[in-house]
Write a protein that binds this ligand. Structure first.
Ligand code: PLP
Length: 291
């Protein structure tokens, strides 16, 4: 049986206002070769997990979609219409325990002013191994200082843009070093985020994550985990972290919407402790979210 795929085009007018939703063939050509998404990666996106038909953390994803759009001077996405598109695709995928919907908005055809938008969804890959056995990470220099968001906002650090070639290259470099995933470090030595995930470290019974002000994406998964920390008898706080903090941590995770909480089992080849019980509790909580 082929993998289910669902596509809804989100049409816009020349002023950048969303005008309607149009279900379309997911495996038929839809995009112009002149679209800024493909010619320049000039647009923003979100990937939203769907649990048995329920989009998870949808409001937080739509807020971040709008935040990224603002950072690129794109028109404000219409939260109502985009939410309807995500719900429609999520319902079509209700027969699957874990699925996802990606929302994309680009600057549109070069030279024009009409954004291109679409929402596409399908079934999630199987992440059981990463969630239980964990991931080995390689620390990679991002080459940007931790104040980049303030000093060079045009670098769009912390926006979820369509330009993920660098993030993909980082994962390949991590794999060349014998790891599964990368963890970026600022050029002035602060831990940042993974190429597609947020870092959470457990220290003295507190979950700690680096501040978004360092030019990293504010994670929706991290946010939800922090809201549940009390249930696990833990505090939660945002704080700067350095590589040494990883080496002394009681446990650490890379968390994201689809893979959920993947415990870090090694850093640059040195084994680090995995808290299997807490990881299972985190993933159980994340999978049970119904909004
Ligand atoms: N940081 C980056 C760079 C990401 O691409 C992602 C998700 O794709 C995350 C963090 C985690 O965000 P979320 O938990 O909202 O999926």
């Amino acid at each position: 049986m082929s993998t289910p795929q669902h596509l809804i085009l989100v049409s816009h007018d020349q002023e950048g206002h969303a005008t309607g939703l149009l279900p379309a063939e997911a495996d038929a050509p839809q995009l112009s070769v002149l679209d800024a998404s493909v010619t320049r990666g000039d647009g923003v996106f979100e990937t939203i997990s769907v649990g048995s038909g329920h989009p998870q953390a949808l409001d937080a994803h739509l807020d971040r979609f709008a935040r990224s759009a603002r950072m690129l001077d794109l028109p404000e996405p219409d939260a109502g219409l985009w939410g309807d598109a995500v719900h429609a695709i999520a319902e079509a995928l209700a027969g699957h325990e874990e699925a996802w919907v990606k929302t994309v908005i680009s600057r549109g055809i070069e030279g024009g002013s009409t954004p291109t938008g679409w929402a596409y969804g399908s079934v999630s890959p199987d992440f059981r191994r990463e969630r239980t056995e964990g991931v080995a990470v390689a620390l990679l220099d991002r080459g940007l200082r931790s104040d980049v968001a303030e000093t060079a906002p045009w670098l769009l650090a912390g926006a979820k843009t369509l330009s993920y070639a660098v993030n993909k290259a980082a994962v390949r470099e991590a794999q060349r070093r014998g790891a599964d995933d990368a963890l970026f470090v600022s050029s002035d030595g602060l831990l940042l985020e993974g190429p597609t995930s947020t870092l959470i470290v457990l220290h003295d019974r507190a979950l700690v994550t680096p501040p978004a002000a360092l030019g990293i994406l504010p994670g929706t998964t991290q946010h939800d985990l922090f809201s549940a920390a009390r249930d696990w008898g833990l505090d939660a706080r945002v704080d700067v972290l350095r590589p040494d903090d990883l080496r002394t941590a009681e446990s650490a995770w890379l968390v994201s919407s689809l893979r959920l909480a993947a415990p870090i089992r090694a850093v640059d080849g040195a084994a680090t402790p995995v808290d299997a019980g807490l990881t299972a509790a985190m993933n159980g909580f994340l999978r049970s979210r119904r909004s």
